[in-house]
Design a protein around this ligand. Structure first.
Ligand code: PLP
Length: 398
């Protein structure tokens, strides 16, 4: 008999994964180049050459007992120091190894942070649309997810609606910028507004409210956009970072959490987070990958590839008459469904072998997400199919 808490997960297994499997089924029937699968955020740009070289060099050159061994739960000190110095160079922060905790990707980093701070019944505020796994992560520690409604069509958070949802039970707020699923980069004004409200509410309730910045897409920005570094705006901020997207290493499961010195009880918080890393079962982040990051701390994937895809898909969809805000980050477009029930729209798209994810999978019905981390050819080849889809809904502008 499985646990009652797991039953809903068994029955609502991820719509995104289901789509992905459907894509594979269609590809077998119609061929790879006839199926336009925009369902999964799996980076298609290869990891930088430096990553490959580092893996080979580390395995050849370094002591295998150290490379493959256990280490402190927080990770290798030299790697954490290298990350801290890289952040300091890029964002003008003043971190050291003692502020960086290596994690098994952002997913595990978020679980570490929530395990560290949540008591049962604590509320965690999130902005819809959001990465639906947040609900599961918060539930892992018996927290309660509190949702701020979507602020369409721009999707910068509505600060008035945000403030209304903060209560004496609020323990944390999760923000994600660049954002999945909209691609929006939160402006500095948005960040300052959130910080100002949180400072005020901390005083009003006489307790800490933590800001958790989930930022696996930090480096994926276009048109000169910059995502502000949140610890500089609000001291009780945890940063959860991942190399899944910035170095195209999602299967390697490597990331880190930042616990800044400015945070209340920073040292206790860091030690507790290290223990959380151990007792949620991660123990420590993958050792070989930590060493790779130590050598490739300033490496980056070819962002121009995603930017070219974004432009081609955005312009192509606009030409067909679809509506969507032009995103400045990540690798997603969030397109308005021409009919209220976006699941019906997704089903119609499937007739043209176009796979996209309904917005209800991100707590935002009425929209669909397209992940453009696909080949450029897929985008170009998909545009006639999108035109046919648009014609079905009388959207085309001639
Ligand atoms: N947060 C967001 C917003 C994501 O989109 C993802 C993955 O797609 C994650 C966290 C998890 O990333 P990771 O692979 O680092 O666990």
């Amino acid at each position: 008999m499985i646990a009652k808490k797991m039953e809903p997960f068994l029955h609502n297994n991820s719509a995104i994964r289901t789509m992905f499997e459907e894509g594979n089924r269609l590809k077998k029937i119609y061929g790879d180049d006839k199926v336009f699968d925009f369902s999964l955020g799996n980076p298609n740009v290869p990891a930088p050459e430096a990553v490959k070289e580092a893996i080979v060099d580390i395995v050849k050159e370094e002591d295998p007992v150290t490379v493959h061994g256990y280490m402190s739960n927080a990770g290798f000190e030299d790697v954490r120091e290298a990350i801290a110095q890289s952040l300091n160079r890029r964002f003008g922060t003043a971190f050291s190894a003692g502020n960086i905790l290596m994690t098994v990707g952002a997913a595990s980093g978020l679980n570490v942070v929530l395990k560290t701070i949540l008591d049962p019944g604590d509320e965690v505020v999130v902005f819809a649309p959001y990465f639906l796994e947040y609900a599961a992560y918060i539930g892992n520690f018996d927290g309660k997810l509190v949702e701020v409604p979507p602020n369409a069509p721009e999707f910068q958070p509505d600060l008035g609606e945000f403030e209304k949802r903060l209560t004496a039970k609020t323990k944390a707020v999760i923000v994600n910028s660049p954002h999945n699923p909209t691609g929006v980069v939160y402006s500095e004004d948005t960040i300052k507004g959130i910080a100002e409200i949180l400072e005020r509410k901390q005083k009003e309730y006489g307790k800490e409210i933590y800001l958790i910045s989930d930022e696996p897409y930090r480096e994926l920005v276009y048109d000169g956009a910059q995502a502000p570094y949140l610890t500089k705006y609000y001291r009780n901020t945890f940063v959860g970072y991942s190399y899944s997207k910035s170095l195209s290493l999602p299967g390697e499961r490597i990331g880190y959490v930042v616990v800044p010195d400015e945070m209340d009880d920073s040292e206790t918080m860091f030690t507790t987070a290290s223990i959380a890393n151990r007792i949620i079962g991660s123990v420590n982040a993958p050792s070989l990958m930590q060493k790779v990051i130590g050598r490739c701390v300033d490496a980056a994937v070819d962002i121009a590839y995603y930017e070219k895809n974004r432009n081609a898909l955005y312009n192509g969809l606009a030409e067909c008459g679809f509506t969507c805000a032009k995103p400045q980050g990540a690798f997603y477009l969030f397109v308005k469904s021409p009919v209220e029930d976006e699941k019906e729209f997704c089903a119609a798209a499937k007739k043209y072998n176009i796979l996209m994810v309904p917005g209800s999978s991100f707590a935002c019905p009425g929209y669909v997400r397209l992940a453009y981390c696909v080949s450029y050819e897929t985008i170009v080849n998909s545009l006639p199919a999108f035109r046919q889809l648009a014609e079905e809904y009388n959207l085309t502008r001639g």
